[in-house]
Design a binder for this molecule. Structure first.
Ligand code: PDD
Length: 276
């Protein structure tokens, strides 16, 4: 497959890095996962804007302008004949240089590749199980950084307990999941953590908010706690790969009757319509 780098397109087998690379040695970089439906990008502007915000926060100079990136990302889809549902993974690191915590004076390393990724239809229909686990991440989770150890450990713990996701909490407050945002439904109101520095500002999350503008279902950016989570009418998560996914079981207790809820299903329909 053709992979996009700061030196142009190349075959993925030709991309190599020196052993002294900031992403490898320090996790000193950022990334995005962008959804493609039927060969077209979904929420591309939101992802590109977030990438630039992450770079800014970490003082990484991106080796392209937004305009250049848009053109190259379209090329990436074309060159790899992506016509179905897929994703693009994109990462930028501070570059390759002799190991030193201090920033080196080198160009950033960048690559992006596209891969087919079918929609998770079974899980979307039936819902998934989750565990709750303490959020041990740093204070700047709004930056989509390559430092994903707490996320990896949380997701692995979920997997080992037969679950799809780990719902993270700081003290009693639910923040988000290991690789998705999380929502609670009570009555006809949806609650989710506000866009502070302790959660990733999800692109699907912000789209859900827009879709619910002027809707009878209220979207409230108010954090909820573990007790409220256990007493929810519905719980769901969102991400570019998982879409709007019902959570039907938490820590082995079913959410209400253990079936995807009405409001979650309505949102799934709205999302599907929007991403067509
Ligand atoms: N994860 N929160 C975290 C911690 C995430 O890693 C993600 C995305 C989200 C949802 O963001 P968005 O709606 O923009 O996809 C929330 C991606 C998919 C990943 O790491 O694979």
């Amino acid at each position: 497959q053709n992979i996009l780098t700061q030196s142009g397109f190349m075959d993925n087998t030709q991309l190599t890095y020196p052993f002294e690379e900031r992403g490898l040695q320090f996790g000193d970089g950022i990334y995005e996962v962008i959804r493609i439906y039927k060969g077209s990008y979904y929420l591309l502007t939101e992802h590109v804007n977030r990438l630039f915000r992450s770079a800014d926060a970490l003082k990484i100079t991106l080796p392209f302008t937004k305009e250049e990136l848009y053109i190259n990302l379209e090329q990436l889809i074309k060159q790899n004949n992506i016509t179905k549902d897929a994703k693009v993974y994109l990462q930028v690191t501070r570059g390759s240089a002799a190991r030193d915590h201090v920033f080196p004076d080198v160009e950033a390393n960048f690559y992006a590749y596209a891969q087919d990724l079918p929609r998770p239809t079974e899980n979307l229909r039936h819902g998934v199980a989750a565990i709750t686990i303490p959020d041990i991440r740093w204070q700047n989770c709004y930056i989509k950084s390559l430092n994903l150890l707490p996320n990896v450990l949380a997701k692995q713990e979920a997997k080992e307990q037969g679950c799809f996701e780990a719902i993270l909490h700081r003290e009693e407050t639910v923040t988000e999941c290991s690789s998705s945002n999380v929502y609670l439904v009570k009555g006809d109101t949806i609650y989710t953590h506000p866009e502070t520095n302790t959660i990733l500002h999800g692109c699907v999350r912000s789209r859900i908010k827009t879709l619910l503008d002027n809707h009878s279902i209220a979207f409230r950016e108010t954090a909820f706690n573990l007790e409220q989570l256990a007493d929810a009418d519905e719980v769901f998560l969102s991400s570019s790969t998982a879409e709007v996914m019902p959570i039907i079981m938490i820590n082995n207790n079913s959410v209400k009757d253990g079936k995807p809820g009405k409001i979650t299903q309505l949102l799934q329909k709205m999302y599907e319509q929007d991403s067509k």
